[in-house]
Design a protein around this ligand. Structure first.
Ligand code: KG4
Ligand code: ZN
Length: 370
């Protein structure tokens, strides 16, 4: 089966063509996915001056890019629309102006070429991306799984009993983890998106030279919001405010005119390392506590923030050091951030729900996974 996957929930226009196949053998069912093309058009340049995604600008860019992306995806896969068996599109959650572009484009294509269509939950797709990146087949022995989905728009802990059976056990009460990275980066006048920019600065704090320079100024520990709370909810908006006061206090105390490399002192790398560590500590602590409580056989880390190499490394280390007997699954880097392939694959796995009643497919900014 050939599936066209369409993703426009935030600021990436993603179109992919995936070929899916199933084989039964003595060992059970094997699903084979061949990503024939996976085109992502990023809008970083559009949103960078604002330090965050501007929904109406995002919609305008999706509108401009979606057709060229489809053409490139088909060309790369050496296929035409007539070859496609199913159109899978992100129905939510996400920004409504962005979602509407993808959903309406998918419906128009489906109508024109008389194809079935399926609406896909974006969070489920992030989780599926992690499972498939590790070529682990859906089988009972990976469930129950606890999945942490961390991106610019979402921070959710999802208990997965089997494919299609999910329960949100915790989520952010304010900013998402990625949003916190983005807002802190804006505050520190780093580039957008903030996650990779902060990770890059934080890495400098580890190198000897930077370490010596910044050692002249000790950076106090930032809060780890809600880390002690018994529930699995998160809160990241206070961290941004804590950074704002931290920069102000350091500048006053040490009479620095700038947080930049003036006077031979650059406090940015160490602050970034501390912010990144605060976020990592909270994410790991809550996820592993949930994994223990729900006796998870698998821990999944997914979404744009899962691209953070320190987060990946420390997660792995902690799981090993606590001798948790769980699988740990993370997507390949390209499948961490938003893309059409994860939508196509998730659409295929849920294909029982495909329809030609196109008005049943609606964009829903607040679509829930469970
Ligand atoms: O999943 P995604 O592409 O889009 C949403 O659904 O939001 O995630 C984008 C988010 C941004 O907030 C970005 O700053 C963050 O993922 N991100 C990172 C890294 N790469 C992307 N955060 C931390 N470290 C990274 N290396
Ligand atoms: Zn996403």
């Amino acid at each position: 089966m050939l599936i066209l996957g369409i993703e426009t929930s935030c600021d990436d226009t993603g179109i992919a063509i995936v070929e899916a196949d199933e084989r039964r053998s003595k060992r059970g069912l094997t699903r084979i996915f061949n990503i024939k093309s996976n085109i992502v058009s990023s809008q970083i340049k559009t949103h960078a001056p604002f330090g965050g995604v501007v929904p109406n600008l995002a919609a305008r860019e999706h509108l401009k890019n979606i057709e060229p992306c489809l053409k490139t995806a088909l060309k790369e896969a050496n296929l035409g629309m007539k070859d496609v068996d199913l159109i899978a599109v992100t129905a939510g959650p996400g920004l409504i102006p962005s979602l509407l572009i993808g959903v309406n484009f998918a419906k128009a294509l489906a109508y024109k070429y008389n194809k079935p269509i399926i609406g896909v939950n974006h969070i489920e797709a992030h989780v599926i991306a992690a499972i498939l990146s590790n070529s682990i087949q859906y089988s009972r022995n990976i469930f129950p799984a606890v999945a942490l989905v961390v991106s610019g728009g979402h921070t959710q802990l999802v208990l997965m009993e089997k494919l299609g059976k999910y329960r949100i056990i915790g989520e952010t009460r304010d900013d998402a983890a990625g949003e916190c990275f983005d807002k802190v980066a804006k505050l520190l006048r780093l580039s957008y998106p903030g996650g990779p920019a902060i990770a890059k600065e934080a890495a400098k704090a580890m190198t000897n030279d930077q370490f010596l320079i910044s050692n002249q100024i000790p950076i106090p520990k930032l809060p780890r919001p809600m880390i002690e709370h018994k529930n699995y909810d998160f809160s990241f908006s206070g961290l941004k405010t804590a950074v704002l006061y931290l920069v102000r206090d350091i500048k006053q105390k040490y009479q620095l005119f700038s947080d930049r490399a003036k006077d031979g002192i650059n406090i940015i790398p160490k602050i970034c390392a501390e912010v990144q560590q605060a976020i990592i500590d909270v994410l790991i602590e809550k996820t592993l506590r949930a994994a223990k409580e729900y006796k998870a056989k698998t821990v999944i880390l997914s979404g744009g923030v899962a691209a953070n190499s320190e987060l990946r490394r420390q997660f792995e280390l902690k799981i090993k050091s606590e001798e948790l007997k769980t699988n740990f699954l993370i997507p390949k880097l390209k499948l961490c951030t938003d893309n059409g392939a994860m939508i196509a694959i998730t659409g295929y796995l849920n294909r029982k729900q495909m329809t030609k009643k196109y008005d049943k497919i609606r964009a829903n900014a607040n679509l829930r996974i469970g």
